[in-house]
Design a protein around this ligand. Structure first.
Ligand SMILES: [Zn+2]
Length: 329
């Protein structure tokens, strides 16, 4: 079914178009509210007694490749409620259309918010300019933060771990609300003192899931002595798999003889498995050479010279800290 497109269909609900002009590259649309009344922000009583009019500006969705500015002919009303202390108030619109004091319509805010979420501050701002949506980097970030900082419940069960700003170079700390499955905060580093300072502002926390290292455990013990600390599932799995690999490695000879295979047939491996297997053989060979020399009571310095491996690696092998199996972490 077709029907004529009225100019008012182009502007947000509750407004009628008075006029539209092009001003340079911008389209200026003058609108007036269609409602005859507005509710007093103090007492909620609706009033239709107009005191005066004023112009309010708001950016709206772009139209045909041009940015749009709405010029709203808004009103001031008198509040006649006997017990209300407010005599005159400015017109209020529905928050889902144009919030009090907003410089953008709610439907434009919605688009800007999602651009900010998808692209982040600066890229979103430059993409918004291409879409003829004039919005600065700062106001984009402000909008994303304002929408996110809606009513928040203070977490009682949290998980804490480190995360990489840049892998192997700079680490921060992330705290998650494990009941709501949401990040709560990001801390700039992984120092126990930083975590402790954050924990001490959160006395409602009753359970802390953490890694098996000492830093976060210490921070939680100091700031939240009443809280229960548990090792988190990821670290338990990681510990278990490491212990399993070490146990297998120690009994490798017996395992091989039990299954009747002393060597692996490389032609049966996938390319990735072959690379892994070759690495394993290389490490096993290096470990055996180093251990052999050590058995002959040759000094570390001399082993380094003869094998060409680094001092750190030789020491790791001698202390049993370097397995031929490679670990991801
Ligand atoms: Zn009132």
């Amino acid at each position: 079914m077709q029907h004529a497109l009225r100019p008012s269909a182009l502007v947000p609900d509750g407004f009628a178009v008075e006029s539209a002009v092009c001003d340079g590259g911008t389209t200026l649309i003058t609108v007036r509210p269609t409602s005859n009344t507005s509710a007093c922000p103090r007492c909620g009583t609706r009033s239709d007694r107009i005191h005066s009019r004023y112009l309010r500006h708001a950016t709206d969705l772009p139209l045909a490749g041009r940015p749009v500015r709405l010029v709203v002919v808004a009103r001031r009303f008198r509040c006649d409620a006997a017990l209300c202390s407010r005599r005159i108030f400015t017109e209020r619109f529905d928050g889902s259309v144009l919030a009090p004091r907003a410089r953008r319509t709610a439907r434009l805010d919605y688009v800007v918010h999602h651009l900010g979420l998808a692209l982040g501050g600066r890229p979103a701002a430059s993409f918004a300019r291409r879409l003829m949506i004039p919005v600065s980097n700062d106001s984009l970030l402000r909008l994303v933060r304002r929408r996110r900082s809606a009513p928040r419940v203070r977490p009682t069960v949290v998980g804490i771990d480190d995360w990489a700003w840049k892998r192997n170079q700079r680490y921060g700390t992330i705290v998650c609300d494990l009941e709501r499955r949401k990040p709560v905060t990001l801390l700039p580093d992984r120092e126990p003192a930083t975590a402790e300072a954050w924990f001490s502002g959160q006395p409602q926390i009753t359970i802390v899931a953490r890694d098996r290292g000492g830093g976060y455990a210490l921070a939680a013990a100091r700031a939240l002595p009443h809280a229960i600390q548990v090792a988190d599932r990821w670290h338990l799995m990681e510990n278990a798999s490491r212990a399993f690999v070490e146990a297998v490695q120690k009994s490798m000879r017996q395992i091989r003889s039990a299954i009747g295979a002393t060597t692996i047939n490389p032609s049966l491996l996938t390319a990735a498995e072959r690379i892994q297997y070759e690495g394993y053989l290389r490490r096993e060979e290096a470990n055996a050479a180093i251990l052999g020399l050590a058995k002959e009571r040759i000094a570390i310095k001399e082993i380094v010279r003869r094998t060409g491996h680094s001092r750190g690696l030789v020491r790791a092998v001698l202390r049993g800290r370097r397995s031929a199996f490679s670990f991801s972490r």
